[in-house]
Design a protein around this ligand. Structure first.
Ligand SMILES: [Zn+2]
Ligand SMILES: [Zn+2]
Length: 211
């Protein structure tokens, strides 16, 4: 059974939130809900899906400020890498989340590790630990698609000057974990910072000036 992908654009900070839907069970995961959780809930409901998983590519509030509202509405489990798990509930993140129209996130129900598999119905997402933007940044891979958070953008990479950032680690994450994926894999970034909303691994490898 194929998966259904929905791109939900959140214009406040040009974020992309993604719905990864399992067509067999009509359950779905939501990657990086922020800013406008009601819009996300409405889009998912209109598509006919039930949210079972909220997955954060990292702990920054522009990717997590919608966690609380989505989880309260659906009872979904929250998945985030072990190294960023503490950050989502930290005071600064809670304060920033309020500025973004959300509130403090609940704790992770599952702390992820490299190569973990998240099963959404019959659809699986593989966790690629890609530290650099933050220590617990992850990308999520399923056949033909990779969700890259703030690790890899179309034509750019995430900033590494924030606490816990490392440009050396980010570059090796991109080269070792992402550029080794099949070239035709679609790249779905965490922000709309490029000339197009998405790209492919082959195109980024050939043209991204930062890598
Ligand atoms: Zn970030
Ligand atoms: Zn971001």
């Amino acid at each position: 059974m194929p998966m259904e992908l929905k791109v939900i654009y959140l214009p406040q900070m040009a974020n992309f939130c993604y719905m990864v839907g399992d067509e067999a069970t009509h359950t779905c995961g939501v990657i990086d809900p922020a800013f406008d959780p009601q819009k996300i809930l409405d889009k998912v409901r209109d598509a006919g899906y039930t949210i079972t998983h909220v997955i954060n590519t990292h702990g920054h509030s522009d990717h997590t400020s919608g966690n609380a509202a989505i989880i309260e509405a659906t009872g979904a489990q929250l998945c985030i890498h072990r190294a960023d798990a503490e950050q989502v509930t930290r005071l600064l993140t809670r304060v920033l989340s309020r500025f973004m129209g959300g509130k403090g996130s609940p704790k992770a129900s599952r702390e992820l590790e490299d190569n973990d598999i998240i099963d959404i119905g019959q659809t699986s997402l593989k966790v690629l630990h890609t530290p650099g933007h933050t220590p617990g940044s992850i990308c999520l891979y399923t056949d033909g698609h990779v969700f890259t958070g703030d690790t890899l953008f179309v034509g750019a990479v995430g900033r590494t000057d924030l606490p816990g950032g490392s440009s050396r680690k980010l570059l090796s994450s991109v080269r070792e974990k992402l550029y080794t994926l099949p070239g035709d894999t679609k790249v779905w970034p965490g922000h709309d910072y490029g000339s197009s909303p998405s790209s492919t691994i082959a195109v980024e490898k050939r043209t991204n000036p930062f890598t």
